[in-house]
Design a protein around this ligand. Structure first.
Ligand SMILES: Nc1nc2c(ncn2[C@@H]2O[C@H](COP(=O)(O)OP(=O)(O)OP(=O)(O)O)[C@@H](O)[C@H]2O)c(=O)[nH]1
Ligand SMILES: Nc1nc2c(ncn2[C@@H]2O[C@H](COP(=O)(O)OP(=O)(O)OP(=O)(O)O)[C@@H](O)[C@H]2O)c(=O)[nH]1
Ligand SMILES: [Mg+2]
Ligand SMILES: [Mg+2]
Ligand SMILES: [Zn+2]
Ligand SMILES: [Zn+2]
Lengths: 211, 211
């Protein structure tokens, strides 16, 4: 519990710093392999010509996802989490020191694949996103209530393979709304550009609100 | 580190108890939604007429998977992990007290969906299994080296949807063997009964070796 309180204090410090520089910071959480990196890549591709974007990639071996973001030409900081299974405010604070915050509009943070621990570790973000995929099974939502209750946007990804895994994305959406009636829920597939527009638009709204 | 050492001591106590009663104990680890419960269900269905099986189901809300195992008519103990993202030897010790070990041949423990933390928490098992699915992406292996290095059987599941997610299971197998050249790697699909025979046979061998 002291761990949580110390983390929250540092997260608040991060948040104030980001606010001061008008950086819209997004914490992208979700299950392993649910499509977090893919969703971030799509957002970067769509928005980088109009907004200045940076990414913090958190993982055991952060360089693997970090290289994907770098290929898109945006400043990227890898944050190695080692044996920890969540990013924390300390790692984010260190990563922020590597960035020119004055010249960033959108900061996307990819968290470690995990639906449990990131719940308790605020990072200083403005928006908390949770991304799951249909492949994890339709009971994945009710099995992890806290992450859906404490996030502000939910994404159900890979809907193109829903039939192949006998899952109805609408069932998953219904379960999320049972846990958190106010949360917006997006159904996405990397193969359907239309489905990604809602995701990209949501981020763009956040950037504008920050100004 | 004291946490690990205390856990290891208790794990050793569990292991001795299981050995004394000739129980073959299997720790099934893997990513969220990779198919752990499905693989265990298939093993139970195939083996329960010839061997006495029990299951410990570990998760945030353990009852959800526990009910699936109970439906197959085998003694099942739910182990709620709460905010922890791994089972530990203490939770397993408590679960073992609920079982009639003298009359069990095979004990299957489903760990929390997580490729990081279960590495460091021995439970007292004889066999450590790691199960991932093609849907997590083919970089999932090299992103989590420790779990593959420290497991004794690897399962790549859901191969029936490999094309739908642009993943080659042979690539994933190759990566596992790079990390751990000695580990047996099985490619499975719940839709292909033939592929499950190797998995079931492997468990049966373990049961026999315990006698
Ligand atoms: N069919 C399908 N596959 C997808 C979709 N989105 C992502 N994938 C695939 O899912 C796999 C994982 O995608 P990533 O974007 O790396 O997922 P991630 O959540 O960042 O993974 P980690 O960071 O390792 O936890 C890759 O093989 C992607 O090609 C989708 O909408 N449909
Ligand atoms: N297409 C396909 N789907 C599968 C296969 N195995 C499991 N699934 C589906 O994958 C989803 C998750 O399966 P589970 O067995 O519940 O996975 P799990 O690893 O126990 O999940 P958690 O305990 O919640 O981490 C379900 O919708 C299953 O029907 C497979 O071989 N092929
Ligand atoms: Mg990623
Ligand atoms: Mg399960
Ligand atoms: Zn954790
Ligand atoms: Zn953990």
């Amino acid at each position: 519990h002291d761990v949580f309180r110390a983390n929250d204090k540092l997260a608040e410090k991060n948040r104030k710093l980001l606010e001061k520089h008008e950086v819209f910071a997004v914490n992208v959480m979700g299950a392993i392999g649910s499509g977090k990196t893919t969703l971030i890549e799509e957002a970067v591709k769509a928005l980088k010509d109009r907004y200045r974007i940076a990414v913090i990639a958190g993982d055991v071996i952060a360089e693997m996802d970090a290289s994907r973001f770098r290929k898109l030409g945006v400043p990227t900081v890898p944050a190695n989490t080692g044996k920890e299974c969540h990013l924390d405010a300390k790692l984010v604070e260190k990563a922020l020191e590597e960035l020119d915050l004055e010249n960033i509009d959108l900061l996307i943070i990819e968290n470690v694949g995990n639906l449990i621990c990131p719940v308790d570790f605020k990072l200083g973000e403005e928006l908390r996103v949770v991304a799951v995929s249909v492949s994890e099974g339709d009971d994945i939502i009710l099995k992890h209530p806290m992450i859906f209750k404490t996030s502000e946007l939910a994404v159900i990804n890979k809907v193109d393979i829903a039939k192949a895994v006998d899952v109805n994305p609408e069932t998953m959406k219904r379960d999320i709304l049972i846990l958190n009636p106010e949360i917006p829920v997006l159904l996405t597939s990397k193969h359907d550009k239309e489905s990604l527009k809602a995701w990209i638009g949501y981020l763009e709204e956040g950037i504008k609100d920050m100004k």
